[in-house]
Design a protein around this ligand. Structure first.
Ligand code: AGP
Length: 609
């Protein structure tokens, strides 16, 4: 999962630090709020690290000026602990004999830290990673063998991790372990390497070894030994020669960041579930006690908020208002007071309209909470209580993986609140939470089975100048988000309406061949929706349905369709049903010779009013 970038070098001779810094620059797209390096000089760890971009920290500290042929480096995308010098990696043990860099999320770090503190370990940071070197140090008290101490440490970690461990005990050796977070090895002329991703290694070597899930590698300048973390079974390394350019490698082989990020969603929705339950519980308690709740955001994040209002209403009897950030003061201004709770949602955490709404609410004594993807962003500093969505950097201007992550977190909040208020049965809580747990595989299946069909649709409708997206209930939100994706990527001025609104005006635009995209899961209002579809067919509209697999009622009425796995609870449909619309927008942009990563007139973060 894109979260941070790690690199390790074990050279035959010379200095590792300059190679590490350059490799980190090639990993900066994976995360860029702080950076650090460690090498070994005369049996001492030498570490340089700070908050900020690599170029700035290099200018300030000279990251190339660390002695020694073996070292590790890290460029951070904060998930636990705001960006700061002390939270930057590498992290060390008490004696500063062990240094670790990590990509991923240690879910049980709180209990591990408490256990280690009880044993006298002193922590410097708020970062989940810091438990790793201290646990290795603790294990060394019983495991004489360093590799065994690292192995037993990894066995205690819950969550995802790709780690590289450097120790003064064996200064020419790195120990790397991979669990879910990516880690590759490079076998080169001047030495051997490990990295989160191939771009970091390409200028050093094209001979790559992909670490398997749950595998431990011992790497030194002469070679690498692989073994399974649990069974100790050794594996003969298979070396692959990589032909990619660095630029292609940054997109993991995808032609655009947007397509890569759409395809990351099975992983990013899983990471949205890794948010500490304690924050979900705290935030839902605050929402429970509020007199008024406003979910405030812009653009796609606003659509996530709109979906959230259906979830809070349906699951927790909470009347939450979704507010477009730039309209918040005009629309709700005088209503805001000390018993108001504002939940601000922002991928970048820097959208000026959203920040203005937050500041306005704070000035009027309201409580402001946040959901954001960027730790250390202004939203995290203004709100105080916030949830990180753990989606990794979203490079494509059009927001995709951030949206589904935000919807996942809002769903978790609504379910938790419904549980507290007993407005939903424990059976329903269980079913909904199980669907959230199954969401990664549901999205995986949609991507696998529907991508080509969506691509064909984009080709078939490539010349249409306008589309209308329609849905009932919460599916109207998916219609809005699907319209925004198509609009901002391929530019046809399109419409989105509640399907029940058709007779109140917009049906006038429907003429022979006009494309109408219906979000049509099997829900409680499907009969009414079928009526809406038939209205449009009667006027010559082309019906494109996003529907449940095998739903013959809808399929029989559709000119084209995309099928979504069965059994998605109505209130969670925004998460899977948006995927084909993201793909449709992406492929429509390509069909119309638009750049999906850089749509005209748009910026990734709108930091002006
Ligand atoms: C979405 O595809 C757009 N790029 C845009 O509407 C975006 O969602 C909006 O600017 C809000 O950004 P934020 O989540 O970073 O606050």
């Amino acid at each position: 999962m894109i979260m941070c970038g790690i690199i390790g070098c074990a050279l035959r001779d010379g200095n590792a630090a300059p190679l590490i810094r350059k490799a980190l620059e090639r990993l900066e797209y994976r995360g860029y709020d702080s950076v650090g390096e460690a090498t070994i000089d005369n049996s001492n760890l030498v570490i340089k690290k700070d908050q900020g971009k690599i170029a700035d920290i290099h200018k300030k500290l000279d990251l190339d000026d660390l002695p020694g042929p073996t070292g590790i480096g890290h460029t951070r995308w904060a998930t636990h602990g705001a960006p700061s010098q002390v939270n930057a990696h590498p992290h060390t043990d008490c004696k500063e004999k062990i240094a670790v860099v990590h990509n991923g999320i240690i879910e049980n770090f709180v209990e591990l830290r408490e256990e280690l503190e009880r044993k006298g370990h002193k922590f410097k940071s708020r970062c989940d990673t810091e438990v790793i070197p201290h646990l290795i140090e603790e294990n060394l008290n019983s495991d004489t063998d360093f590799i065994m101490a690292v192995r037993n440490t990894a066995r205690r970690l819950e969550g995802t991790y790709a780690i590289a461990v450097l120790s003064v005990e064996k200064p020419d050796r790195l120990i790397c372990i991979r669990k879910e977070s990516p880690l590759v090895l490079g076998i080169g002329e001047e030495g051997n390497f490990c990295a989160s991703d191939i771009p970091a290694l390409l200028p050093l070597t094209r001979n790559i070894i992909y670490l398997n899930e749950g595998e431990l590698a011992v790497l030194d300048p002469e070679g690498v030994e692989l073994s399974d973390l649990e069974s100790y079974t050794k594996r003969i390394p298979e070396i692959e020669e990589i032909s990619w350019t660095v630029e292609t490698a940054e997109r993991a082989g995808y032609p655009h960041f947007m397509l890569k990020e759409i395809n990351e969603q099975p992983e990013t929705v899983k990471n949205a579930l890794r948010t500490q339950e304690v924050y979900i519980d705290l935030m839902s308690t605050i929402l429970d006690k509020a007199d008024q709740v406003f979910l405030v955001a812009a653009g796609t994040a606003y659509h996530a908020c709109l979906a959230g209002t259906y979830m809070f209403s349906e699951l927790a009897n909470l009347n939450a208002q979704a507010a477009i950030a730039s309209e918040f003061k005009e629309r709700y201004g005088k209503l805001i007071g000390k018993n108001s709770v504002i939940l601000a949602v922002s991928q970048s955490g820097e959208t000026m309209d959203t920040l203005s709404a937050i500041r306005y609410a704070l000035d009027r004594g309201a409580t402001v909470l946040g959901i954001t993807n960027v730790m250390g962003s202004t939203v995290t500093r203004l709100t105080g209580i916030y949830i990180g969505q753990n989606s990794g950097p979203e490079i494509g201007v059009a927001s995709t993986k951030a949206y589904t992550a935000q919807a996942m977190i809002l769903a978790r909040l609504a379910i938790k609140l419904g549980e507290k208020r007993k407005t939903i049965s424990s059976d329903k809580v269980g079913k909904l939470n199980q669907t959230l747990k199954d969401m990664p595989s549901i999205l995986e299946r949609i991507l696998k089975t529907q991508t080509n069909r969506t691509k064909d649709l984009a080709t078939k409708y490539r010349d249409r100048e306008s589309f209308c997206f329609l849905g009932r209930g919460i599916d109207y939100v998916t219609a809005l988000e699907g319209r925004l994706k198509l609009l901002e990527l391929a530019y046809p001025p399109s419409l989105a309406y509640p399907a029940g609104e058709s007779k109140h005006g917009f049906i006038a635009v429907v003429e022979d061949g006009y494309p109408l995209i219906f979000i049509a899961p099997k829900t409680s209002t499907q009969n009414e929706l079928i009526g809406n579809i038939m209205e449009m067919k009667a006027r010559g509209g082309s019906i494109i349905s996003i529907t449940e697999e095998g739903d013959q009622k809808i399929l029989a009425l559709s000119d084209d369709f995309i099928e979504i796995p069965k059994g998605i609870p109505e209130i969670l449909t925004p998460i899977p049903y948006i995927l084909p619309l993201q793909l449709f927008a992406y492929y429509s942009a390509l069909e119309r010779n638009r750049d999906p990563d850089q749509p005209r007139n748009l910026a990734k973060s709108v930091t002006v009013k």
